[in-house]
Each structure stands twice: as structure tokens, then as C-alpha cells.
Design a protein around this ligand. Structure first.
Ligand SMILES: Nc1ncnc2c1ncn2[C@@H]1O[C@H](COP(=O)(O)OP(=O)(O)OP(=O)(O)O)[C@@H](O)[C@H]1O
Length: 369
């Protein structure tokens, strides 16, 4: 199969006129960086909120043109738009309700300042714990650098198109939770090299072009860290709030603080901090070992005035069950960990529904609807 290049994509885009007679879509500055993964081409088209409807037709034309290039089997084009300055703060975006995703009430990010602290494990078990409280739950894997949600849910295969036209995908489903991840669309061993705008473009597509059912909460597994990509994601996704996961080590906590600051900067309420790998209870002698220190996250939460949601101990069973796609909350309803995750879930839900969280309107519309 022919390999498509950015120049190929740009040359076809230059033949498409920009709205309002402003030259072509490239010269008018409407096209973001272009990312190419195998036969998939991804980029964003910038618009203003009042032009979202007309831009949808343009997006269709652009996608069609890119799909016509040899070597392209999927084109993912997202519309992004800044809120117009005239829009009063606190006013929902036009056409936007709740989370901005039809049928989904709250989007909750699970984030960490640092990799490997158990963010994905927490996201999955939190989602399942919310489900066990009787809520409708969906999970979006936004950790495009290392999508581990398919593995944690024990899901393989590709999402099916939801209609004959193939415009939308059906989410995968496991343990009663709807799941979508870039990991379903790209082979596991493909290195994924993303530049900033492309992450947003891919995620917008996953969010908007999945035929989600109704959900009270969508848990979003964020990419680890606090760089530009994470900041943009936090800013551009209409989040109700964020949960920060940290281990008790000083270094992890310093990064967790950066995570908190990042969400505050973009006006996303921080629901609270979870301390993961908090301690280890020896299965033989019953003694508690505080391998990474203990209580650091609780102290940190107190210091910065953010709720502390709980401690999740280090436990071999958690890791084994995660690795085998049988998360502990789904498969061991009576385990201590399940009770702990459920306790976190209760607090998260109380925060979401209790009106404690307040944020200004999201600054961006990522919609083609
Ligand atoms: N409480 C726990 N007890 C035992 N093992 C755990 C616990 N939490 C997470 N792990 C294990 O630690 C490893 C890292 O966890 P996970 O993939 O959830 O971290 P992450 O922060 O999402 O990582 P990344 O930065 O790569 O996205 C996994 O092998 C997981 O099974």
C-alpha cells in the first residue's frame, strides 16, 4: 500500500476553499498539524462557535478529499473552536448540554503528574465502582501514548461501525461499562508518536464519533504528566472535575501538585486526590509496610485544600487482576480493595451531584453537531 505523507495531505487540502473567500483552508490557517499513523490521517480544522454548523459540511468535504488519497484508509478531522469573546461566562455553548456529549452527564478525568503511579488501574476500578453504585458508566482512554484500558478490561478486537455509512463506532462493552480507546484502532505494537494538536483531534473523534449510550459518568484516563498535551486536553474537554492519583513518594507528590495546578489553571475543579500503593500488608505476618512512605498525599491534599479521597494499598491481586483483564472491583466484589474503590466512587459521585464543583463554561467547542 502507498504511504501517504503530510505534503500529500497538504496539497489536497490546498485545493479546498476556506469559508468567506479567504483563500484555501491551509492558507487561511484553519488546519492544525497533521498526524499520520499508518493509513490514518488526523488533524483539526479551526472554526468559531457560530460557524460550527457550516463548518461541518466543510469537514465532510475535507475528510472525503483526504480519503481519496492513495494509502489513506481513515481520515479523522475534528472541528475546534474558541468561545467567542461576547459569550457571557457561565453560559453554556450553543448546542451543548451537560458534558457536551449527547447522553453523557459528567466527564471526569483521572490524571497523574507522573507515569506509573497506577492512574489507569484507578480509572478502571473507579469506573467499575461507580457502576456498582448503580450508575451508568463509560470509559474513554485518553492515554494515547500508552493506551492500557483495552488490556485492563480484557477487551480485544475492533469497534464495529454503528450504521451502514460507518460514520460512528459502537463502543466496546465489558462488565456493563462502555469503553473506547485508540488502542482498539491501532495495532498494539505500533509506536504512537503524537504531536500536541493531534492528540486533541484523535480524542475529539473518539468522543464525538462513538455512539455512546446514556451515561451518568464518563471516566477519562488522561495521559500521565502535565505538559502541553495534558493542559490542552484539560482545557478543551468539558470536564466536570478531575481526580488526581499519586503514590506517597515526594517526587510523585511534587508532580501531583503540578497536576492540581494544571487543572486549576484551566478552571477544572479537582474532586480530590487518591493515594495509590499507599502501603502493603504482608500476607504472611499481617504487618503493614509503608514502602513508599505513607500519608504524603493526604498531607498534600490538606495543604492545598483539596479533598483526600482515600488510600489504595499495594496488592499483588490488584496487579494480577489488572494484567489479566479482570479488574478487582468487577471480579472480587467482597475484597477490601473493592470496598476502598467504592468509597472513592461514592465521594466522586457526591461531588459531581452535590453541587460542590463549580466551573466557568468550557472555553472551547469541539463539535461538529
Ligand atoms: N494498588 C496497586 N497494587 C498493586 N499493583 C498496582 C496497584 N496500582 C497499580 N498497580 C500496578 O502498577 C502498574 C502501573 O499501573 P498503571 O498502568 O495503572 O499506571 P499508570 O499510572 O496508568 O501508568 P502509565 O503512566 O504507564 O499510564 C501496573 O502493573 C498495575 O497493575
Amino acid at each position: 500500500m502507498a504511504t501517504v505523507t503530510q505534503d500529500d495531505v497538504l496539497s489536497v487540502l490546498k485545493r479546498i476553499a476556506a469559508p468567506d473567500g479567504r483563500g484555501n483552508v491551509v492558507s487561511a490557517g484553519l488546519v492544525s498539524d497533521i498526524a499520520i499513523q499508518g493509513g490514518t490521517v488526523m488533524f483539526a480544522l479551526t472554526t468559531s462557535p457560530q460557524h460550527v454548523k457550516t463548518m461541518e459540511a466543510l469537514r465532510g468535504a475535507v475528510e472525503k478529499a483526504v480519503l481519496g488519497l492513495p494509502g489513506v484508509d481513515k481520515a479523522m478531522v475534528a472541528l475546534t473552536a474558541e468561545r467567542s469573546p461576547q459569550q457571557p461566562p457561565g453560559q453554556p455553548q450553543q448546542g451543548q448540554r451537560g458534558s457536551g456529549i449527547p447522553g453523557i452527564k459528567h466527564l471526569v478525568a483521572v490524571a497523574s503528574g507522573k507515569g506509573g503511579v497506577g492512574k489507569s488501574t484507578t480509572a478502571v476500578n473507579l469506573a467499575l465502582a461507580l457502576k456498582s453504585l448503580g450508575l451508568k458508566v463509560a470509559v474513554l482512554d485518553a492515554d494515547v501514548y500508552g493506551p492500557s484500558i483495552p488490556k485492563l478490561f480484557g477487551l480485544t478486537g475492533k469497534p464495529e461501525p454503528s450504521d451502514a455509512a460507518g460514520k460512528k463506532m459502537k463502543p466496546m462493552k465489558r462488565y456493563g461499562v462502555e469503553v473506547m480507546s485508540i488502542g482498539f484502532l491501532v495495532p498494539e505494537d505500533t509506536p504512537m508518536i503524537w504531536r500536541g494538536p493531534m492528540v486533541m483531534s484523535a480524542l475529539t473523534q473518539l468522543l464525538r464519533e462513538t455512539e455512546w449510550g446514556e451515561a451518568d459518568v464518563m471516566v477519562i484516563d488522561m495521559p500521565p504528566g502535565t505538559g502541553d498535551v495534558q493542559l490542552t486536553l484539560a482545557q478543551q474537554t468539558p470536564l466536570s472535575g478531575a481526580v488526581i492519583v499519586s503514590t506517597p513518594q515526594d517526587l510523585a507528590l511534587i508532580d501531583a501538585r503540578k497536576g492540581l495546578n494544571m487543572f486549576r489553571k484551566v478552571n477544572v475543579p479537582v474532586i480530590g486526590i487518591v493515594e495509590n500503593m499507599s502501603y502493603f500488608t504482608c500476607t504472611k505476618c499481617g504487618e503493614r509496610h509503608e514502602i513508599f512512605g505513607h500519608g504524603g498525599a493526604k498531607e498534600e491534599a490538606g495543604r492545598i485544600g483539596v479533598p483526600f479521597l482515600g488510600e489504595i494499598p499495594l496488592d499483588k491481586e490488584v496487579r494480577l487482576r489488572s494484567d489479566s483483564g479482570e479488574p478487582i472491583v468487577a471480579t472480587q466484589p467482597d475484597a477490601l480493595h473493592t470496598a476502598l474503590y467504592r468509597d472513592v466512587a461514592r465521594q466522586v459521585w457526591a461531588s459531581l451531584e452535590g453541587g460542590r464543583l463549580a466551573r466557568a463554561a468550557p472555553r472551547i467547542v469541539v463539535d461538529g453537531q
